[in-house]
Design a protein around this ligand. Structure first.
Ligand code: HEM
Ligand SMILES: [Cu+2]
Length: 537
């Protein structure tokens, strides 16, 4: 039984292994966040030492981005893309398995840092340089032990797995579609996974190259980032953020994909503006490669450079706005069914709007000069990564859980989870905007009682309690539903993409006979051959 999961090359099983690993790392990253929030709840607190706090935010940020966001998007893509395009598996099943185990090995290696090494300050040698590991902090002069090496090797190795799977997805989507499924008939989910995979293939190698340069600096006497010998610390920032900013879209676009599949089904309408949605995604993919230095407005780039990157960053709001407009256009006039997947998408729409607006504010270099490295920025990216991404991930789990397991998750528990998460999330990160505007810098392990930040930090920490309760209800809902959830049947939501044409769970070979597709709603065509021109139910 267990052996089957270790040796599997089946895309569905590998998809589930990715998602399960991502959720396990989410719980670990969540515990790290809760400990930080406990430390920051009171002024002058010494619940944890400054060194440990540095390791906590470094591991939290690194885990959430590389070991939560990445595997969960890869897992959903792995499970759903072959089913949605009418294929039996990915183009390269063995490479797919290789990709997963290499990814997991990288993640475990990163966490081995807590146990290994020189143990200078209690928490082993977990990395303490922040998730973007700026030079010269990462040089041997300031990072003597192996903590930074674990950060470099853990991400480099897991990144290799991510790269192979991205290549596999591109090959699968371009070469494995069933008869009749032209690019213009692909589900939006598949389009977004194609663009995300292309972005991964473009931006992960520069990060890998920068990490190799850092190892050469640390062990073979190179000077890439060593200003004393003609190197440049700003070079690291350019290389890291050339990866880092597209990375946040690599994380967020799958969330857009989940919403673009869920919102139409629960509005009983087709998506508004399919071509514009595809176009906007391509635009986001391209423009996001040209905004990276908005993370470096305070580094001392030239006026012209700052103006260019401020402009390009504001420009990305246009295609993103088109997407929000099209989701609202889909909901407008629809017969809404407020089931849990839809609730999470509605929550996403509101919180993503807040994230987008503060993003546009921070794109103005002069405004960013006041707030860069403050809790206003921490609030902004958590409205993206938690308020938007995590909400769409929960929506996606509630939507596709019946297909994967054959059982429904409890709607009642789902609603409790949703409303507790909305309350907790907005308390935690809403209050952080104020702490930031009041001047609280990020990455400080404590602060003076005279700063006026304590109340806002306590509101943030109380919010975490509600978030923890929501996650506990989620875990209980999954465990309970796996055993005695309502039987789902093949197509519980009356949807129209091909994964719902298979049994729940799908058979190992996916399709007895490969389907033939003649529209963007292949399952609807099968269910309603008499009504080829269906638009509204
Ligand atoms: C769910 C509850 C969460 C809470 C309470 C939380 C809390 C925090 C806190 C307190 C910090 C440290 C801020 C500082 O000292 O600078 C932080 C940093 C960060 N968080 Fe979260 N976080 C949560 C979820 C997430 C998620 C889901 C993601 C990404 C998917 C994420 C990504 C990050 C990143 C990238 C950093 C920056 C780390 C650094 O400065 O190196 N967080 N978070
Ligand atoms: Cu950015």
């Amino acid at each position: 039984m267990a052996r089957g999961w270790v040796t599997t090359v089946d895309h569905k099983r590998l998809g589930l292994l990715y998602v399960a690993s991502g959720i396990a790392f989410l719980l670990i990253g969540g515990i790290e966040a809760a400990v930080m929030r406990w430390q920051l709840s009171f002024a002058q607190s010494d619940a944890v030492s400054p060194e440990t706090f540095n390791r906590l935010f470094t591991m939290h940020g690194t885990t959430m981005v590389f070991l939560v966001g990445m595997p969960i998007l890869t897992g959903f893509a792995n499970y759903l893309v072959p089913l949605m395009i009418g294929a039996r598996d990915m183009a390269f099943p063995r490479l797919n398995a290789f990709g997963f185990w290499v990814f997991l090995f990288g993640g475990v290696l990163l966490y081995f840092s807590f146990l290994g090494g020189d143990g200078l300050y209690g928490a082993g040698t977990a990395p303490d340089v922040g998730w973007f590991a700026y030079a010269p902090l990462t040089g041997k002069a300031f990072s003597r032990g192996h903590s930074t090496d674990y950060w470099v090797l853990g991400i480099l190795v897991s990144g290799f797995g991510t790269l192979t799977t991205a290549g596999n997805l591109v090959a699968t989507i371009l070469a494995m579609r069933c008869p009749g499924m032209s690019l213009a008939k692909m589900p939006l989910f598949v389009w977004l996974m194609l663009i995300v995979s292309c972005m991964i293939l473009v931006v992960v190698p520069p990060l890998t190259a920068a990490q190799a340069m850092l190892l050469l600096d640390r062990y073979l006497g190179a000077h890439f980032f060593d200003v004393g010998h003609g190197g440049s610390v700003v070079l690291w920032q350019h290389l890291f953020w050339f990866f880092g900013h597209p990375e946040v879209y690599i994380l967020m676009l799958p969330g857009f994909a989940y919403a673009s599949e869920i919102i139409p089904v629960f509005s009983r309408k087709v998506i508004f503006g399919y071509p514009a949605m595809v176009g906007a995604t391509v635009a986001i993919g391209l423009v996001s490669l040209g905004v990276w230095a908005h993370h470096m407005f305070a580094v001392g780039l030239s006026q012209l450079q700052n103006v260019f990157f401020a402009g390009s960053t504001m420009a990305i709001a246009v295609p993103t706005g088109i997407k929000i407009f099209n989701w609202l256009g889909t909901i407008w006039g629809g017969r809404l069914q407020m089931r849990t997947p839809m609730l999470f998408c509605i929550g996403f729409l509101f919180q993503f709007l807040v994230a987008g607006l503060t993003g546009v504010m921070l794109a103005a270099a002069s405004f960013d000069w006041q707030l860069t490295d403050s809790y206003f920025v921490v609030a902004h990216f958590h409205y993206v990564l938690v308020g938007s991404l995590l909400f769409t991930i929960f929506g996606a789990i509630y939507y596709w859980f019946p297909k994967v397991t054959g059982r429904m998750l409890s709607e009642r528990l789902g609603r409790w989870q949703f409303w507790l998460l909305v309350l907790g999330f907005n308390l935690t990160f809403g209050a952080m905007h104020v702490s930031g505007l009041l001047g609280m810098p990020r990455r400080i392990y404590t602060y003076g009682a005279d700063r006026g930040w304590e109340t806002w930090n306590q509101i943030s920490s109380v919010g975490v309690i509600f978030q923890v309760a929501a996650v506990v209800i989620f875990v209980w809902n999954v465990v309970r539903s796996l055993r005695r959830g309502e039987v789902a049947g093949d197509d519980p939501w009356n949807a129209w993409t091909l994964e719902w044409s298979t049994s729940s769970p799908p058979p190992p070979y996916n399709f007895e006979r490969l389907p033939t597709v003649r529209s963007r709603r292949p399952l609807w065509d099968l269910k309603h051959p008499e009504d080829p021109d269906w638009r509204f139910e």
